[in-house]
Design a binder for this molecule. Structure first.
Ligand code: ADP
Ligand code: ADP
Ligand code: ZN
Length: 216
């Protein structure tokens, strides 16, 4: 199954993703993680993507779409697993490219999980987000505290704040989401693929709602 996690920044896509990966046979393709990996390894792609990300703008499609197919084509036993798209597609052209590439591979997007969350919650979640600089695990200073402040529960790495998780950039990211990404809700609703989830609930409740609605 190929599943898209669709929702504004801070909605909880990455958090749900890691629960699905832990508990179901799933693998994730997260474009933001791929860009950040390239930035920290100072690749050409990373250098090109960085200024867009620091502003909270979308990285251009020509830098984004190909890397998604590279990642998808490397997934082992793709047909027996859940492939989660986290943070992609983010505009209509990306969604159309995704549909076309899926058709070329004789497969399709099965479902699109849409996270419904209010803007005030998003800002509180993003500004309080802390991520492990080694393994990428995500925490929150209030909602999801690590056992030891500043230290990752999973690997002992240092928890840091993402460059773009400041109030200024967050506001732009939410505006970019409203302008370019939110039309995808209607796009996938028309295709009969949309599942709506109440993203304001706890991470455990969000997982349960996802699990209940999966395949229906
Ligand atoms: P996204 O991947 O959609 O940008 P994340 O999963 O990284 O969002 O979550 C953003 C922040 O909110 C993180 O700090 C995370 O720990 C916290 N968070 C995620 N889901 C919930 C939830 N259901 N309730 C409260 N806090 C959450
Ligand atoms: P969040 O879920 O908090 O918005 P992501 O890690 O998904 O964070 O994305 C971080 C940044 O990476 C985005 O603000 C954007 O600049 C870039 N990015 C990620 N995915 C895409 C995409 N599909 N298209 C264009 N830019 C992207
Ligand atoms: Zn870690």
């Amino acid at each position: 199954m190929n599943i898209i996690l669709l929702g504004p920044p801070g909605a909880g896509k990455g958090t749900l993703s890691s629960k699905i990966i832990d508990r179901l046979n799933a693998v994730q393709i997260a474009t933001g993680d791929i860009f950040r990996y390239n930035i920290s390894n100072k690749t050409e792609l990373g250098m090109k993507a960085k200024s867009y990300m620091d502003r909270g703008d979308l990285v251009p499609d020509e830098l984004t779409i190909d890397l998604v197919w590279d990642a998808f084509d490397k997934v082992e036993d793709r047909d027996q697993r859940i492939v989660l798209f986290d943070g992609f597609p983010r505009n209509l052209d990306q969604a159309k490219a995704l549909d076309m590439g899926m058709a070329e591979r004789n497969t399709e997007i099965s479902q699109v999980v849409y996270f419904d969350v209010d803007d005030e919650i998003l800002i509180e979640r993003i500004t309080g987000r802390r991520v492990c600089e080694d393994c990428g695990s995500t925490f929150h200073i209030m909602n999801n505290k690590p056992q030891k402040e500043g230290i990752c529960d999973k690997c002992g790495g240092k928890l840091i704040q993402r460059n773009d998780d400041n109030e200024q950039t967050v506001k732009n990211r939410i505006a970019v989401y409203n302008d370019f990404t939110s039309p995808l809700v209607e796009y996938y609703e028309k295709a009969g693929k949309l599942i709506k989830i109440d993203g304001a609930k706890t991470p455990e409740e969000v997982f349960n709602e996802f699990n209940d609605k999966l395949g229906k």
